[in-house]
Design a protein around this ligand. Sequence first.
Ligand code: PEP
Length: 245
Amino acid sequence: KKIRQSLVAGNWKMNGSAALVADFNEKLKTVQCDANIVVCSPSTLFHHFSADAFSLGAQNVSHLDNGAHTGELSLEMIKDAGCSYAIVGHSERREDQQESNDLVASKAKKCVEAGVTPIICVGESLEIREAGNVEQFVGEQLDALTSTLSVEELSKSVIAYEPIWAIGTGKTATPEQAQEVHEFIRGYFNKVDADLALKLPILYGGSVKPDNAQTLFSQKDVDGGLIGGASLKAEDFISICQAAN
Ligand code: PEP
């Protein structure tokens, strides 16, 4: 039995509809599973969810309070809409919206202050991996977190290791590749605070499917997953959640 509670979070990205939410509400209602389950849908769908078998998450959130910021959503708003989690620093936003390590860290801090659990994404491109710079790159992403969030705040956070070359590509990291970086991340936090490192959930993300979830999740430092494509079909998502025991 693992020391840490497993967590499986679905990231619907810019996909989904009221009909898909209705399907999830129905199919996940009776799901038996040891892992905590989160669905991060587009914010337009939050109000359609009714299930209490899983928690709701946002895919992004502003680091600012309510005010003159057209198109943004605050923590107050996502909480009011029922979210208890928020993904921050997904690689697609780091790339498309040029989100910096510091901005990601301030979003994560704002989440914790509001009582929302941030799922903080880190991970390298193929270029960085092939140059042998994974630990340096991920280390810098983590440096921004440890300089912005206190140990107490980090202990209310979740890390997701998502190698960019594995996201949406069908090229899953091998269980050994995932474990190697998860161990590096836990070791990094161990230098900050041993108790934090022991308790911090570290999820793997990148082409997790029903047929590879179990071997990935059984790695010592892998505490569950962040699931993109395969979270859009209730049956696949459920079987991935059930692989995390
Ligand atoms: C993601 O976008 O967080 C992700 C892991 O996507 P996929 O599972 O589709 O690779």
